[in-house]
Design a protein around this ligand. Structure first.
Ligand code: CP3
Length: 352
């Protein structure tokens, strides 16, 4: 953190800086805080031709970003977009199908496809996302931070290789063992595309960046080093050299003890942890290294009530009073009652 925020530090940014007030409850936002659990999201979504069109229409995407901010008392908004806009911008066909999810022209099924993709195609293709960021920025209350994001190279590659959501990322893991050079080439290309994409978001007003590496936990420790740490460290290094004031939160989901290596070796300033991590372990091993974010189980928000209160109580006992952002271990589930989200935010903000 630099002087940039010192005069008017938003609560969200304060946890990364010397301005932190340890007696305040932590800042709070939730992954997938915009989405199908909100009736107003569903009606907005119905105005777009398809999901990509939704992401690429600044008026609609800005509104989707702001909907959860109007409804709930969050400290941050996250840009409404998707990690698969980058493969689309590289030149791969991407579409989203009802009840299936993303469908891409798969790299494992099309041997010549890789040579047709290029980071040069990205220039200009994602300008409408930057337009969404600046629209949101101009409408966002001044005390709410704006988070930009991208998928981390490995996770984006799993979709590019497999062509769709797969149970165990088997196509991508097979590709990693059979075609390690192609995979490295692809990850390098994703770094080349992701850095200018995130710079575009930052220039348009994103103040924090989150890197989603949902499938980092699939890899062996050795491959984790090559396919997660290395490309992520390169993205962080390049963004930091130009934008030292922007905080970067990494989310290598499901990596257990390797969360420690990840923070140390990638240089992220924040680490988002999944629900399997024991909060007291995170307090001891991760808080000394950076800001910790997480990690209530999204299923608990579906249940609500005492179970949800108990989850907050555990965070209160272990992570409150440290450099901590309260959130979920993964995205809000589509069948989550919105009232539970409101109750959870209130509970997080309640100091005993
Ligand atoms: O509110 C927010 O968090 C911001 C918007 C956001 C979306 N996707 C919107 C979205 C963010 C940050 C993402 C990230 C994303 N996208 C990830 C990483 C985080 C994670 O969830 O693990 C991944 C793996 C994707 C790829 C993706 N996009 C899949 C697999 C799917 C289909 C599954 C599903 O939930 O439907 C999507 C579609 C998607 N992205 C939706 C939303 C709101 C649902 C689409 C719809 O409205 O029909």
């Amino acid at each position: 953190m630099t002087e940039h925020y010192l005069n008017n530090t938003k609560h969200f940014h304060s946890v990364f800086s010397d301005e932190i007030n340890f007696s305040r409850p932590p800042p709070v936002w939730f992954m997938r805080q915009a989405g199908r659990y909100l009736p107003e999201y569903k009606s907005l979504r119905a105005q777009a031709k398809d999901f990509l069109d939704f992401c690429f229409t600044p008026s609609l995407a800005a509104e989707a970003t702001l909907q959860p901010i109007r409804r709930f008392n969050f400290d941050a908004a996250i840009l409404f977009a998707d990690i698969l806009l980058v493969p689309y911008a590289l030149g791969q066909s991407v579409r989203f199908e009802e009840n299936i999810g993303p469908v891409l022209e798969s790299l494992s099924g099309n041997p010549t496809l890789l040579s047709r993709l290029s980071p040069d195609n990205v220039m200009g293709c994602l300008d409408c996302v930057y337009e969404t960021v600046s629209r949101v920025k101009s409408e966002l209350p001044s005390d709410v931070a704006l988070i930009g994001f991208a998928g981390a190279p490995w996770t984006v590659a799993t979709y590019m290789i497999g062509g769709r959501s797969t149970k165990d990322r088997a196509p991508a893991l097979a590709y990693a063992s059979r075609k390690p050079q192609e995979l490295t080439f692809l990850l390098d290309m994703l770094v080349e595309a992701t850095v200018p994409y995130l710079e575009g978001q930052i220039k348009a007003g994103a103040e924090v960046i989150q890197l989603f590496d949902t499938w980092a936990g699939d890899l062996s420790e050795f491959d984790f080093e090559s396919y997660v740490i290395k490309p992520t460290a390169e993205i962080v290094r390049r963004l930091r050299s130009k934008y030292p004031h922007v905080d970067i939160i990494g989310f290598p989901r499901g990596v257990g003890n390797l969360y420690v290596d990840y923070v140390k070796r990638t240089g992220v300033s924040g680490i988002s942890i999944d629900a399997s991590v024991e909060p007291s372990w995170a307090a001891q091993h991760l808080c000394p290294l950076g800001v910790v974010q997480g990690n209530i189980d999204p299923e608990v928000v579906v249940l609500g009530g005492e179970v949800m209160e108990a989850s907050v109580a555990r965070l209160r006992e272990t992570l409150y009073g440290l450099r901590f952002i309260a959130g979920l271990g993964h995205g809000i589930l589509p069948h989550t009652p919105p009232e539970h989200v409101a109750e959870l935010v209130d509970e997080i903000r309640r100091m005993p």
